[in-house]
Design a protein around this ligand. Structure first.
Ligand SMILES: [Fe+2]
Length: 192
């Protein structure tokens, strides 16, 4: 019996982290692993695909016990979007289903935040965030009639990290911890 796709990703990514890779390596070799995981939309259990009528959902799929990385299914109802927010750790956003737009924001001399060039992700595409270069952004479901789902991988247990949302006009920062929507996680060892 072959291992499931999510288990294969967890194994491959864990082995990569054993090499204590630079962020550049994570965004090349790690990104390739995520691209493989999202190359087919046939493995995510239905429980982790459900949108909420009001809020985008964050379902934990796997968290490394040493908090080196986490894998989260983000599920967006039609038109749902995030506030302007940061991550404080590296992140990769792999589009599994539907279509999302990511827009980076940059601090200006007057303390406000200005939107940069947004990019639209079709299924199979991986976007990145990094506190070293581009940590602040907005993500939105560009589809007005369908759910979009992206698989995010972060360099920590993202829902336990103190992060910030920002008022783009003033740059005012508010701390938050996101938490996860689910109380159980997938069985990686179930036959796929
Ligand atoms: Fe984000």
């Amino acid at each position: 019996m072959s291992d499931g796709k999510l288990l294969n990703f967890v194994k491959g990514f864990s082995l990569l982290l054993e090499e204590k890779p630079s962020e550049e390596i994570i965004f090349t070799r790690g990104k390739k692993l995520l691209e493989t995981l999202i190359s087919a939309d046939d493995w995510l259990p239905e429980e982790f695909t459900k949108p909420h009528p009001q809020y985008y959902q964050q379902y934990l799929l796997f968290a490394d016990p040493l908090d080196r990385f986490s894998i989260v299914s983000f599920v967006w109802g039609p038109g749902q979007k995030t506030p302007v927010h940061n991550h404080t750790v590296w992140g990769m956003i792999g589009q599994l289903r539907g279509e999302e737009k990511g827009t980076p924001y940059y601090f200006q001399a007057d303390g406000s935040l200005k939107a940069g060039m947004g990019s639209v992700s079709p299924p199979g595409h991986v976007d990145t965030v990094s506190p070293n270069t581009h940590d602040i952004h907005v993500v939105e479901n560009t589809l007005t009639d369908k759910t979009s789902i992206s698989i995010h991988v972060y360099g920590g247990n993202i829902a336990r990290i103190h992060r910030s949302v920002f008022d783009p006009l003033t740059g005012a920062e508010k701390s938050f911890i996101s938490g996860y929507a689910n109380t159980v996680v997938p069985n990686l060892w179930n036959p796929a």
